[in-house]
Design a protein around this ligand. Structure first.
Ligand SMILES: Nc1ncnc2c1ncn2[C@@H]1O[C@H](COP(=O)(O)OP(=O)(O)O)[C@@H](O)[C@H]1O
Ligand SMILES: [Mg+2]
Length: 479
């Protein structure tokens, strides 16, 4: 793709005026643009797969000529839109904020906050050697974002220094989701697009067992690069004989503890089963897992980020619901029950675990109401009560009196056979990540209905999602 194929400066698309090209990757171009209405700089990402599309003189993007191109283009376009939808639902200070997305010029666009700063790849230039404290602050923030992504059964798949943006306050932001996704052609052939050094072996082949450990390999790789200045040896070259110098060799510098260096080597194990399986495993080994959210906040989060970072604790730690007004929750439950029946309290409770505002909470509940009019009426009822809710989490040992939703830390109560069966079913849709989803859901759920709802939360496909919501409804009926 030549630079002629990019939108020119001054070109206007809806309310966005293109200023310049920020970057061009295999699947898209990212522009710096101005929102003319708000007079605000934004980043605009355009779906523009280099291998199967071209731009016409009217700026529209077309698939190239072959029928396989059309299919690959459409498939990728759907993924791009799915991606945008998912990203738009993430609210985390260390994940780039997607404000909206739209289709135009026969392709699709994602509108993102424009982050001021520079990519980690250049930020590091004059910062070596990096202190362990600085390293861990960055990794802690990124891992928090990653945990939020993994919770939705998504993987980033292209974590590397160029896709981590450092704000001017030195906090990191994860960019560029989905550019490492497999591109599927009509014949199911898969072309893996990987970033050598940061991509583990399972990303190189179609049947690779990908999961949170895949992103953790890349994050370990980024840490390796930050402390050694060299990226890890390409995964494929490490299989027969691992010639990579372990991070542990840096111990002699006296800059990093054995614990931290060993965690990097652990994340970078060639075999996926030998790596940390979740962000929580990884952070615990790094020694930055919080004893409780309050002390963790005091340790790592700057004042400006405190509020949003709390969301991270809620999302990464089981059963730490936000505090919503109990009376309001009762009203929401009652209104929802009119449409979805006795499952309403479970749905509402579940939504409190994820939503950070009343509006977001109602949106989540409304998503379960099938009838469009009923859904609109439900939302209307709670419109305007969107005063920000206190985003405080409570340490487990001191549940706040009057909290609407009690935390529970009791041992899992779901029969192991049921878990096994559900995992097998779920693996058909989610693959290897099903095991992780089930493990997390089982740790939180107090009964079968809650288990299914927690699973439903992790499924993107609306039809498949419904299957689990229905299971929850059935399980919640008195037998
Ligand atoms: N939201 C953003 N704010 C500021 N710069 C951005 C933003 N998104 C991307 N960029 C810049 O554009 C470059 C390319 O964007 P990226 O999303 O990584 O796409 P790709 O690597 O596929 O071209 C990034 O490395 C970064 O420098
Ligand atoms: Mg990129």
């Amino acid at each position: 793709m030549s630079s002629l194929d990019h939108l020119p400066a001054g070109y206007t698309l809806n309310e966005y005026r293109i200023e310049s090209v920020l970057g061009a990757g295999g699947l898209g171009a990212t522009y710096l643009a101005t929102d003319i209405n708000l007079n605000l700089k934004i980043a605009l990402k355009e779906y523009l797969p280099v291998d199967c599309s071209a731009r016409a003189t009217d700026h529209a993007v077309h698939a190239r000529t072959g029928p396989a191109d059309g299919e690959a283009f459409d498939w990728g376009l759907r993924r791009f839109l799915d991606e945008a939808r998912t990203l738009a639902s993430f609210h985390h200070p260390n994940i780039v904020r997607v404000m909206r997305f739209f289709e135009a010029n026969h392709t699709a666009y994602m509108v993102m906050e424009c982050v001021e700063g520079q990519p980690l790849s250049t930020w590091m230039n004059d910062r070596r050697p990096l202190s362990q404290n600085d390293l861990l602050n960055i990794v802690d923030a990124l891992a928090g974002g990653l945990a939020v992504i993994h919770k939705t059964a998504y993987l980033h798949r292209d974590i590397k220094p160029a896709n981590i943006f450092m704000r001017t306050d030195d906090s990191p932001v994860l960019l560029d989701f989905g550019s490492a996704r497999e591109i599927k052609g009509g014949d199911q052939e898969i072309t893996a697009m990987v970033s050598p050094g940061y991509a583990p072996l399972e990303q190189y082949h179609a049947h690779g067992k990908q999961g949170p450990w895949t992103d953790l390999y890349a994050l370990g790789g980024v840490m390796y690069w930050m402390i050694t200045g060299t990226k890890p040896v390409e995964a494929a070259a490490r299989i027969r004989q691992d010639v990579m110098t372990p991070a542990r060799a840096q111990l002699s510098t006296g800059l990093y503890t054995a614990e931290v260096l060993d965690t990097i080597d652990w994340a970078l194990k060639p075999h996926e089963d030998e790596r940390p399986q979740s962000v929580a495993d990884f952070m615990e080994k790094l020694g930055i897992a919080p004893p409780d959210p309050v002390s963790r906040r005091a340790m790592h989060v700057t004042a400006a980020r405190t509020t949003q970072s709390d969301t991270q604790f809620v999302q990464t730690m089981p059963a730490q619901p936000l505090s919503f007004e109990p009376e309001l929750l009762k009203r929401i439950e009652a209104a929802a029950a009119l449409h979805i029946g006795p499952i309403a309290p479970v749905i509402v409770r579940n939504a409190t675990r994820k939503a950070t505002t009343v509006a977001a909470l109602c949106e989540r509940v409304a998503a379960e109401i099938e009838d469009e009019k009923a859904r609109a009426a439900f939302l209307k009822k709670f419109e305007g009560i969107d005063q920000p809710q206190p985003l405080t989490t409570q340490p487990r040992s001191q549940p706040q009196a009057g909290a609407a939703v009690q935390t529970h830390t009791s041992a899992p109560t779901i029969a192991p056979e049921l878990l096994k069966r559900t995992e097998t079913e779920l693996a058909r849709q989610l693959g290897a990540i099903a095991a992780v989803v089930i493990k997390r859901a089982a740790a939180k759920a107090r009964n079968e209905a809650e288990l299914y709802l927690l699973i439903a939360d992790e499924i993107q496909d609306p039809v498949e999602k419904k299957v689990y919501v229905r299971k929850a409804v059935l399980a919640s009926k008195p037998r």
